[in-house]
Design a protein around this ligand. Structure first.
Ligand code: IMP
Length: 422
C-alpha cells in the first residue's frame, strides 16, 4: 500500500488525529486536504495533550513531511500560533512543514461574517465561528485571497481592493459591525505572510513527485462524511468535501487513486452544532457517554450531543468514500455500561431503510435498535472478551468491511491493530 486516506465516517470528532499520528510513523508525507481550524485533532503523547487545528497530525514524527494542501482554508494567525505551540514539542522548519501557495486564506472579515450570520442570520448552523463558510464562498466565487498573495504587499492590496468592498459593506451596513479597512487588513495579512513564508511552496508538485517515487502518503481528512457539503445533512454541514472526493480536489493524487480508505468511527455517535441526529440520546445514558467520553469540542469547547452507533449512516458513509476498513475508537467508553445498543435500520413512513439516503429527512426517521450483550474489558491482554469480540464481529458483518483498528483510549499505546496498514 502506498497511499491511505483517513476519513471521518460520522459527524467529525471520531479520533482521526490520533490514528493519523500513529500511522504517520510509517508514512513519508501527511496531507491535510480540506477544512480549516474548525477541526481539532487531539493527540496524547506520554500523558501530554496536543491539539492540532491546521497543522497535519504527522508533524510529531520528524521524518514525515506535513503538507497543508490547496483545498484547506488557512487562517494565518491561528496557523502561526499553532506552529509556535507545536515547536514546544518538536522542531518545525520547511523540511517537515509545507503550505500550498494556492491555499485559500481566511481573513478577519470572514470570521466576523460567520459570527454575525450565526447571531443574526435566518438559519443557525452552529458553526465553529472560524470563518470557514465565508472563506469557501469567496474561493468558489473567485473572490478569495490565496497564501501566495500574502507574500507581495501590492498584489495583496490590489486583490483585497477588488474583492473586499462588499464584505465591508455587509459587515458595516447590514450587521452594524466595525471592521478593519482594506489598508489595515493588507498590513495585518502581509505581516503574517512574512511569518509563514518559509513554509510556502509548490505542495502539489512536491506531492506528485513523491507519489511517482513511491513515497508513502497519508491523506488526513477533517470533520466527517455527514458534514460534507454534498453528501452531508445539508444545510447543517461544513463548506468542504469531507469525503474521498475532497482528496482529489484538495491535494491531488496519482491517476485519481487512493489505495485504501480508512473510515474513523466512534463506537457511538456524536455531533456538535445544529442538525438532525437519529440516535441522539436525551436520557441519562446520553449524559453518561458525554461525561465519560469527555465529549466536549476540541475547537469550541461546546458539549457534544451523544447517541448510539448508527449503522444506516455508516453504510452510507462507506458508499460516499468507498471505505475499505474502519477504525473503531473510544471502545473504552462503552466498556462496563449496563446496556449496549446499535441502530441497525430506520423506519420512516412505514418503510424500513438499511442505509441512509441523501434525500432522506433524518429528523423524521425512527431508529430500530438491536440490543447487544454489554462488554467489560480491561484492554490489557491481547485477547478481547467474547462480548466485545461479538460487538466488533457484528459491526464487520453488518458493514461488510473489516474493523482494522480498535482504540481503547487516547494514548498511542491504547490503539490495537487488527489489520496492517502500510
Ligand atoms: P463550520 O465548519 O465552522 O462552518 O461549521 C459547520 C458545522 O460543522 C457545525 O455544525 C460545526 O459544529 C461542524 N464542525 C465543523 N468542524 C467540525 C469538527 O472538526 N468536528 C465536529 N464538527 C465540526
Amino acid at each position: 500500500m502506498q497511499t491511505l486516506a483517513i476519513i471521518g465516517s460520522q459527524w467529525g470528532d471520531e479520533g482521526k488525529g490520533k490514528i493519523t499520528d500513529l500511522l504517520s510513523q510509517k508514512a513519508d508525507i501527511v496531507v491535510r486536504y480540506q477544512g480549516g481550524n474548525n477541526a481539532g485533532h487531539t493527540i496524547w503523547v506520554d500523558g501530554k495533550k496536543i491539539v492540532l487545528h491546521l497543522v497535519p497530525s504527522g508533524i510529531l514524527h520528524p521524518h514525515c513531511l506535513s503538507i497543508v494542501g490547496h483545498g484547506v482554508v488557512l487562517e494565518p494567525e491561528a496557523f502561526m500560533k499553532e506552529v509556535i505551540n507545536v515547536r514546544n514539542h518538536i522542531d518545525i522548519s520547511k523540511k517537515n512543514l509545507m503550505i500550498s501557495e494556492n491555499t485559500a486564506v481566511i481573513t478577519s472579515w470572514h470570521k466576523q461574517i460567520d459570527a454575525a450570520r450565526e447571531g443574526q442570520g435566518a438559519v443557525k448552523i452552529g458553526t465553529t465561528g472560524k470563518g470557514i463558510g465565508p472563506a469557501y464562498e469567496d474561493k468558489i466565487g473567485r473572490k478569495g485571497v490565496r497564501v501566495r498573495d500574502l507574500l507581495n504587499k501590492d498584489q495583496l492590496h490590489s486583490r483585497l481592493k477588488q474583492t473586499a468592498e462588499e464584505k465591508i459593506f455587509l459587515l458595516e451596513k447590514k450587521y452594524g459591525i466595525e471592521c478593519l479597512s482594506i489598508d489595515a487588513e493588507t498590513e495585518r495579512l502581509f505581516q503574517l505572510g512574512q511569518e509563514l513564508k518559509e513554509f510556502v511552496g509548490d505542495a502539489f508538485g512536491v506531492l506528485q513527485d513523491a507519489l511517482v517515487r513511491g513515497k508513502k502518503v497519508l491523506y488526513e481528512g477533517a470533520q466527517g462524511a455527514l458534514l460534507d457539503v454534498d453528501y452531508g445533512t445539508y444545510p447543517y454541514v461544513t463548506s468542504s468535501s469531507t469525503t474521498l472526493a475532497g482528496i482529489h480536489t484538495g491535494a491531488g493524487t496519482l491517476k485519481g487513486q487512493v489505495n485504501e480508505v480508512l473510515g474513523i468511527t466512534k463506537a457511538y455517535t456524536t455531533r456538535v452544532g445544529e442538525g438532525p441526529f437519529p440516535t441522539e440520546l436525551f436520557d441519562e445514558i446520553g449524559a453518561y457517554i458525554q461525561k465519560t467520553g469527555g465529549e466536549v469540542g476540541a475547537t469550541t469547547g461546546r458539549i457534544r450531543r451523544c447517541g448510539w452507533l448508527d449503522l444506516p449512516l455508516l453504510r452510507y458513509s462507506i458508499q460516499c468514500s468507498s471505505l475499505t476498513s474502519i477504525a473503531l475508537t473510544k471502545l473504552d467508553i462503552l466498556s462496563g455500561m449496563d446496556v449496549l445498543k446499535v441502530c441497525e435500520a430506520y423506519e420512516c413512513d412505514g418503510k424500513i431503510f438499511k442505509t441512509a439516503r441523501p434525500g432522506m429527512d433524518l429528523s423524521r426517521v425512527k431508529p430500530i435498535y438491536r440490543d447487544l450483550k454489554p462488554f467489560k474489558d480491561d484492554f490489557i491482554s491481547d485477547q478481547l472478551t467474547p462480548n466485545l469480540q461479538a460487538y466488533i464481529d457484528l459491526i464487520e458483518k453488518e458493514l461488510g468491511i473489516p474493523v482494522g483498528i480498535a482504540a481503547f483510549g487516547p494514548d498511542r499505546k491504547q490503539i490495537k491493530f487488527l489489520k496492517s496498514y502500510f
